[in-house]
Write a protein that binds this ligand. Structure first.
Ligand SMILES: [Zn+2]
Length: 204
């Protein structure tokens, strides 16, 4: 079985700018959760190509008491409804709630599921009997690339700040198989690659 693992924030939905804190972070409320353009259609193409589509996402906002698991589940419902309207679906969603410096004692731990640890992907691999060599990890952070590489997936980085990212990649020796501008472009790369069995290494 093959799968495409998707990071959530910045890949599926918009990141949120918190003016007072001056930081960009995940949505903390359901109202802040907005799908990025083209996501439903991109996921539908993966559904049609027989990929399991699995969200793997760090949500340290739970450990940090920014929001609760219940809020996260309501975001899931909003996401699933929006995808259903585009005849697309997710096969599973795996979250890490943890952060070593969190304030919630229940989730204030060093875990094996916070990316770049591969725990979420390994769990999905077991549940869906995945062949990681046929899988892709798509994310907007270098930790997504690292996580995918740890289990032997191909990796696609969604990035707009190319120069900064390239500098960091050189520094840390992390190279994705491709860098693209959106999930739509990532899916086109995946499906073309499968067709040609060629090289998806394309920096645009
Ligand atoms: Zn975790």
């Amino acid at each position: 079985m093959k799968a495409v693992f998707l990071d959530r924030d910045g890949v599926i939905n918009e990141l949120v700018y918190y003016r007072e804190a001056g930081v960009i972070d995940s949505p903390f409320t359901v109202a802040q959760f907005h799908l990025l353009p083209g996501v439903g259609q991109a996921i539908r193409r993966l559904n049609q190509a027989d990929y399991k589509v699995v969200v793997v996402s760090n949500q340290p906002g739970i450990a940090k008491n920014h929001f609760t698991p219940d809020t996260l589940h309501r975001m899931d419902e909003k996401l699933k409804t929006a995808l259903a309207e585009e005849r697309a679906h997710l096969d599973a969603i795996y979250y890490c709630y943890h952060h070593p410096e969190g304030e919630n004692p229940r989730y204030n731990i060093v875990c094996q599921c916070r990316k770049p640890e591969p725990g979420l992907l390994l769990q999905a691999g077991e549940n869906f009997k995945l062949d990681f060599e046929k899988c892709y990890m798509v994310g907007d952070n270098l930790t997504d690339v690292q996580t995918g590489q740890r289990v032997g997936c191909k990796t696609i980085l969604i990035g707009k700040t190319k120069c900064e990212m390239c500098h960091l990649m050189d520094e840390q020796g992390i190279k994705p198989d491709a860098i693209v501008s959106s999930l739509t472009a990532a899916v086109t790369n995946i499906l073309n690659w499968e067709e040609s069995h060629g090289d998806i290494h394309r920096f645009c």
